[in-house]
Design a binder for this molecule. Structure first.
Ligand code: TEU
Ligand code: CA
Length: 547
């Protein structure tokens, strides 16, 4: 079995992880200093979001130079030290490759702007009148996806910020340059890669207006996607490394192909369908209650179909773009601990490789920023203004940001109850919520019943039991939508995972017999397993194993 199927991956957002030199910004030495903590969790890999040279308009997802380190994060020596120290602890470093676009400060784009034909062909430039963009496509961060360059009398495409210009992957030279970047980092000893919005790299032949949406149906999982991935993987020899593609608005059919080992594309895929079940009509900026029925259906489809067709999922709730899961689907107050643990059980016992985003293992919450001045994220600030223009009041716009902003996950890691949560000696670049006084790594280290120790136990169980790694999966039906329940089976063994996603007692409709089962883990004290489970308590998670 592939090693990544037994692994758990820990995601670090360096800017908010640990500040080793007191400038208020997390850095690479900060990650190295905290390797023993990550090791103590049992994580096998660390995926770090980008720390390359960048103007930081999108916190490093706007890369100016893929082979050098942004001085705010440290030096190349620091990265080499991180890779070496991680390896000593049996941890592999995975880097984040942002290959759909570069910063407009990248040398290639600057040469394109200067009119060098060779480099203009690195990007997607279209002729046009200054007031008529080539298509009506929208940027994911709001506004048009096109920007006009008067000196060239052309528009360029940017699916994200105006300073993130989309690359032209139809140009073989672009593909060769990307391979060189992979080879460069592979030689440095990194053990894997995460590919940012990689399913957007193949643009359509014809650029046309989208009268149904924002354009994404034309460029997501585009015509040459599989060809480009196969070529990138084959020519860099990374087929046996851990690779994960971040797939934006993708489909199950494509993800099966991206991750089926026979296709020699990627180890696994991230998709976001399960994180849109609280969007109103698919709109992130309209608040809606979580649709638990839909959540379960999405997981069921992706879990069972990937198994059937030999694909592999990356499974997760949190990352640097998502609000904190305990604030989103759990309870920040009365059942904080129970709900954080229950949500962890849901994910970690699925068929797939689990990802933990820094602080998730502590049950960190959304920070609850109250003023627009507290936000840093380009998407959040853009949408704040868009919401106001649409006629929403300030309060309402701030309420929406409070739940949906990407900055919800970017508040500093809560290490201890000291000033600034032990993240930095000085004021952090982004605010830290008051609850660091009790939600923090040091306090949870001391408490055997903490969220932190629950995550550790889940990771240990995955390593120990092949049924968690490779058992087949079956979702349990005939239950209330808010009961997230599934069964894993391997040989004569059976694992039963029952989770109540609400703050009310919930009966299972039909009681489940516990005959022959052992309790593997759970978030309520349990001295003796009852004969039957007929009801789950608020946010209760019960995990039973037989055979
Ligand atoms: O994210 C892709 C992406 O589509 C998200 O930003 C998305 O808009 C959000 O999660 C849901 O509303 C990747 C990176 O993870 C993100 O940080 C970058 O900003 C983006 O690509 C551009 O590189
Ligand atoms: Ca620093």
């Amino acid at each position: 079995m592939e090693d990544f199927k037994k692994s758990t991956i820990y995601q670090v957002y360096p800017k908010s992880f640990y500040d080793s030199n007191g400038d208020g910004i997390g850095d690479i030495k900060g990650i190295t200093e905290k390797l023993d903590y990550i090791k103590s969790l049992g994580a096998d890999y660390i995926w770090s979001t980008p720390f390359f040279v960048s103007p930081m308009n999108d916190n490093g997802y706007d890369v100016e130079d893929y082979r050098n380190i942004n001085p705010i994060f440290g030096t190349m020596e620091d990265v080499e030290e991180l890779i070496g120290e991680a390896e000593k602890r049996g941890i592999g470093i995975m880097l984040d490759m942002v290959f759909n676009h570069t910063s407009t400060r990248h040398e290639w784009f600057r040469r394109a702007l200067a009119g060098e034909k060779e480099y203009m062909d690195y990007y997607i430039f279209k002729e046009g009148e200054p007031d008529v963009p080539p298509t009506n496509w929208e940027s994911k961060f709001g506004g048009s996806a096109w920007e006009y360059v008067p000196t060239l009398k052309k528009w360029y495409l940017h699916l994200f910020d105006v300073t993130q210009a989309d690359l032209n992957w139809n140009n073989a030279k672009v593909r060769e340059d990307m391979k060189e970047i992979i080879r460069f980092w592979k030689k440095k000893g990194v053990k894997g890669f995460r590919f940012d919005v990689v399913n957007l790299i193949s643009k359509p032949e014809i650029f046309e207006d989208d009268w149904e949406g924002d354009g994404r149906r034309f460029y997501s999982d585009g015509p040459r996607m599989h060809e480009f991935l196969k070529e990138l993987v084959a020519d860099t020899g990374i087929h046996d490394m851990v690779t994960v593609g971040e797939m934006s608005s993708t489909s199950l059919e494509h993800c099966i192909r991206y991750s089926n080992p026979e296709e020699k594309e990627l180890s696994m895929c991230f998709n976001f369908h399960h994180l849109k079940v609280d969007y109103k009509d698919g709109n992130k900026w309209e608040l809606e209650k979580t649709d638990f029925g839909k959540l379960k259906k999405i997981f069921e489809a992706w879990q069972t179909e990937m198994e059937k067709h030999n694909g592999w999922n990356a499974v997760f709730w949190c990352n640097h773009d998502q609000p904190r899961i305990v604030s989103r689907m759990g309870d920040e107050k009365e059942y904080w601990k129970e709900s954080a643990k229950m949500l962890a059980s849901c994910i970690h016992l699925l068929r797939g490789t689990p990802y933990i985003y820094q602080g998730e293992e502590l049950g960190m919450t959304n920070p609850g920023y109250k003023e627009i001045g507290e936000y840093r994220d380009v998407e959040s600030i853009n949408y704040y203004h868009i919401l106001l223009q649409e006629g929403k009041g300030r309060e309402e716009a701030l309420e929406i940001l409070g739940q949906r902003s990407r900055d919800n996950s970017r508040s500093p890691m809560q290490w201890n109850s000291g000033k600034y949560g032990g993240f930095s000696e000085n004021e952090p670049w982004i605010g830290i919520p008051e609850n660091y006084k009790y939600i923090n790594a040091a306090a949870e280290e001391q408490d055997s019943d903490s969220v932190l120790n629950y995550y550790r136990e889940l990771i240990r169980l995955r390593k120990k039991y092949p049924i968690i790694q490779e058992g087949s999966i079956e979702f349990l039906h005939g239950m209330r939508p808010e009961i997230f329940a599934y069964k894993r089976v391997l040989g004569g063994q059976e694992l039963l995972v029952l989770n109540n996603m609400t703050d009310k007692n919930a009966d299972l409709k039909e009681a489940i017999s516990c005959q022959g089962f052992l309790r593997l883990i759970g978030n309520y004290p349990c001295e003796k397993l009852p004969d039957k489970v007929g009801e789950l308590r608020p946010y209760e998670s019960v995990v039973l194993m037989k055979g």
